[in-house]
Design a protein around this ligand. Structure first.
Ligand SMILES: O=C(O)c1ccccc1NCC(=O)[C@H](O)[C@H](O)COP(=O)(O)O
Length: 258
């Protein structure tokens, strides 16, 4: 699945480059206010477990998740309910995401926004900046060590943060060696799509306390959150559970009180 997504993402990037070259994106960034204050990292640094609430229309594992996809209002509801940050899927072919969703959401909320996509080229980080994102996801499994280091440097130069996503001990080591200050462990096995939050708990001990540790995917109940809290997880990334919840405020409150 990851290979297919990566292939399609590379095609997407080369199409986008025909419309706006990398130099053109860099030039546009010169004319916006690049704030060097890393709001995404700050938002996750509270004492309580932070919730990154995801705006997710569809996924390869679940198909269509949200029929009624009023994305700006969903993001506003997340913010009003106490989410620390918002994740917006921009991948169009497998997740029915869009850059436009990110742009509009970033304009309409005050909390930081993560561009959730499959970054395969530095170009996508500059795009994210221009769309209003405060952070990007860098997936260790699809990037070389050199790319991880280089892309982390670019995010810092742009005043942004990056979650480096890892699935196992080796990828965590690579993330840390590259200089990651935020590590996300995905609980979803991308071979069979099974989810197990114990994956985060098992890998928590591989990451020092001064690095922000996020547990991603498959989080459904306040008991899940309580278990992650007990194991010093700093933040959780939740998509489907919130998207399917008719009252997102009640659901976020319930999860936070776990
Ligand atoms: O969600 C999928 O099916 C998926 C498949 C292949 C690669 C990535 C995938 N998900 C991306 C994510 O990381 C999740 O959207 C995110 O962690 C939230 O997960 P969930 O709470 O389980 O919706």
């Amino acid at each position: 699945m990851l290979d297919k997504i990566v292939e399609k993402t590379k095609e997407r990037v080369s199409e986008n480059k025909k419309v706006n070259s990398l130099d053109r994106l860099k030039y546009k960034i010169l004319n916006i206010d690049v704030k060097f204050n890393y709001p995404f990292k700050k938002a996750l640094s509270s004492d309580d477990i932070a919730i990154i609430a995801e705006v997710k229309k569809a996924s390869p594992s679940k198909g269509l998740i949200a029929e009624n996809f009023d994305y700006v209002n969903i993001a506003k509801e997340y913010e009003a309910a106490g989410a620390s940050a918002i994740s917006v899927l921009t991948e169009p072919y497998f997740f029915q995401g869009s850059d436009d969703y990110l742009k509009k959401i970033a304009k309409n909320v005050k909390i930081p926004v993560l561009r959730k996509d499959f970054v395969v080229d530095e170009y996508m980080i500059y795009e994210a900046k221009l769309l209003g994102a405060s952070a990007v996801l860098l997936i260790a499994a699809i990037l070389s060590d050199e790319q991880l280091e280089q892309y982390l440097t670019i995010t810092r130069v742009l005043g942004m943060s990056a979650i480096v996503e890892a699935h196992d001990e080796n990828e965590i080591k690579r993330a840390i060696d590259a200089g990651a200050d935020i590590v996300g462990v995905n609980n979803r096995n991308l071979k069979d799509f099974s989810v197990d939050i114990e994956n985060s708990i098992r890998l928590r001990r591989c990451v020092d306390e001064d690095i922000i540790f996020i547990s991603e995917s498959g989080i459904k109940t306040k008991e899940d959150i309580a278990r992650l809290k007990e194991n010093n997880v700093d933040a959780v990334l939740i998509g489907e559970t919130l998207m399917k919840s008719p009252d997102k405020k009640v659901m976020i409150r319930e999860l936070k009180n776990g």
